[in-house]
Write a protein that binds this ligand. Structure first.
Ligand SMILES: [Fe+2]
Length: 478
């Protein structure tokens, strides 16, 4: 029995954290089942296309060279293409046959000379592999490094780069901008003796507009932020960095951060209109990658996120650990913090809304961002099969805590992207699209679940494996 587990886990590790060897362009994937006729548009997914350059392996799930995957839906049919994102990091890796730029947890090898060069001008990756967004009419591949790559959604070719600030060294950004109307909002952390969190608005044909900033002596690692109708929500966890260590750069980016639970966690609530601090609330220490939604309700601001008791999840995503068949990932769960806006200060407690393990959360952002909502879709771990990587998709009802799951033997799903039916009456009328790795076959497929019943509607088989990626976006063509 133990051997069986080891073989399956080893297989998922090989095909999920190895390489996607080929760049393909396929007009028609074989589809089993029926896709809804209203599903017209393109799902573009981002993630690593390889965890290896020459003989060198990257060290962490958040490393690697970006690859875009494009699924186009029309009349129940699906076309597919995948392509490495063109970038200096990719070009250098191709030319040198070795890792040449610093990633989340991997630095290039340092010769004595190279080390000096790295200290004063870190070659941060521009291989923007984490998310996809349409910002100010442009399709962007997003990374935490401040260089975002614009690409053509038809050909997947890079067409330019974008940065929030003229100076591209010394800052990081989140890969989860918020979109409202024709504006996008994002937060940049600029590291300095006194660092600053800076909130920007982007509009097409206009320079980024600085709306608010908050100082910090020891800034935190922040992967996303909250935004409600009137406020930005800056949730700071006690995984913090002394900016001097980023300047010295003696170790890869994330390894400069330290977990300091005695600091606790905090929520800063910032007025979007004026940039003023409207409230600051303390909480017991916790960690999160992902905010889900932020909703103003009466005198309260409800902040929903996928929370962990500490930041050990980052350690668990090192490839050396993921290769261990006995690994059990820490469970993130849906938490709600109720911030009492009138009080402006005080302590708040998180409330766990559902027991299900969740990560990479999605909901009907298009209609319900900043509004009351119920349903969240995510990857998770089966309670009865905790060893290994994320092995199911879940749907959680934030109102009741009830959850639904989809899983299949040997299958490891990626982020489930909700696409709502255009004329939907119910919140969950639509499909959830996920790229699933079948570890037994060593290939992936595009799965479409009915979002209401959480059962399979259709799947489109790919002739190769897609590595475990992070985020994607569906762009509708109605
Ligand atoms: Fe993310």
């Amino acid at each position: 029995m133990r051997e069986t587990v080891r073989i399956i886990v080893t297989t998922y590790f090989t095909s999920g954290f190895g390489t996607t060897e080929r760049e393909l362009k396929l007009d028609d994937l074989p589809v089993r089942g029926t896709l809804p006729t209203w599903l017209r548009g393109t799902l573009i997914r981002n993630g690593p296309g390889t965890f290896q350059v020459g003989q060198q392996r990257y060290r962490h799930w958040f490393d690697g060279l970006a690859m875009l995957h494009r699924f186009a839906f029309h009349n129940g049919r699906v076309s597919y293409a995948n392509k490495f994102l063109e970038s200096r990091a990719y070009d250098a890796a191709q030319a040198n046959g070795r890792i040449s730029y610093s990633e989340f947890a991997t630095d290039p090898c340092r010769s004595l000379f190279g080390r000096v060069a790295t200290v004063f001008s870190p070659k941060l990756t521009d291989s923007a592999k984490v998310n996809i967004a349409r910002i100010a009419q442009k399709y962007m591949a997003l990374a935490e490094t401040p260089i975002q790559v614009e690409f053509d959604p038809e050909t997947l070719k890079s067409v330019g780069v974008f940065s929030y600030e003229p100076k591209t060294f010394g800052s990081m950004t989140t890969v989860h901008p918020h979109v409202e109307g024709d504006s996008a909002y994002n937060m940049v952390t600029r590291y300095n003796a006194i660092s600053h969190y800076r909130f920007y608005r982007l509009k097409s044909n206009a320079a980024p507009e600085l709306l608010a900033e908050r100082p910090s002596r020891e800034p935190g690692y922040l992967h996303s932020f909250g935004m409600s109708q009137n406020y930005f929500v800056l949730a700071e966890f006690p995984l913090v960095v002394n900016p001097v260590s980023l300047l010295l750069w003696l170790r890869p980016y994330i390894e400069n951060f330290a977990w300091k639970p005695r600091r606790g966690a905090s929520f800063s609530v910032i007025e979007r209109r004026t940039g003023r601090l409207a409230g600051r609330f303390q909480a017991d220490p916790f960690f999160a990658f992902h905010h889900v939604n932020a909703v103003e309700q009466g005198d309260e601001l409800l902040v929903d996120l996928v929370g962990y008791d500490d930041a050990s999840i980052i350690q668990h995503y090192y490839l050396q650990r993921l290769a261990d068949p006995t690994i059990e990932l820490p469970w993130g769960t849906l938490r709600r913090y109720r911030l009492p806006l009138r009080k402006r200060r005080g302590r708040v407690q998180g409330e766990t809304l559902a027991d299900a393990c969740m990560e990479l959360p999605r909901f009907d952002y298009e209609r319900l961002n900043m509004r009351p909502y119920r349903y969240i879709y995510a990857v998770g771990v089966q309670p009865g099969q905790r060893q290994g990587f994320y092995n199911q998709l879940v749907k959680v009802d934030a109102a009741s805590g009830k959850s639904w799951a989809w899983h299949e033997p040997d299958c490891f799903p990626g982020e489930g992207v909700f696409v709502g039916a255009p004329d939907r009456q119910a919140e969950d009328e639509g499909v959830v699209l996920s790229v699933v790795l079948n570890a037994a076959k060593g290939t992936s497929f595009l799965l479409a679940l009915d979002a209401q019943t959480f059962s399979e509607r259709a799947r489109a088989e790919l002739p190769h494996n897609v590595l475990f990626g992070y985020h994607g976006e569906f762009f509708s063509q109605q």
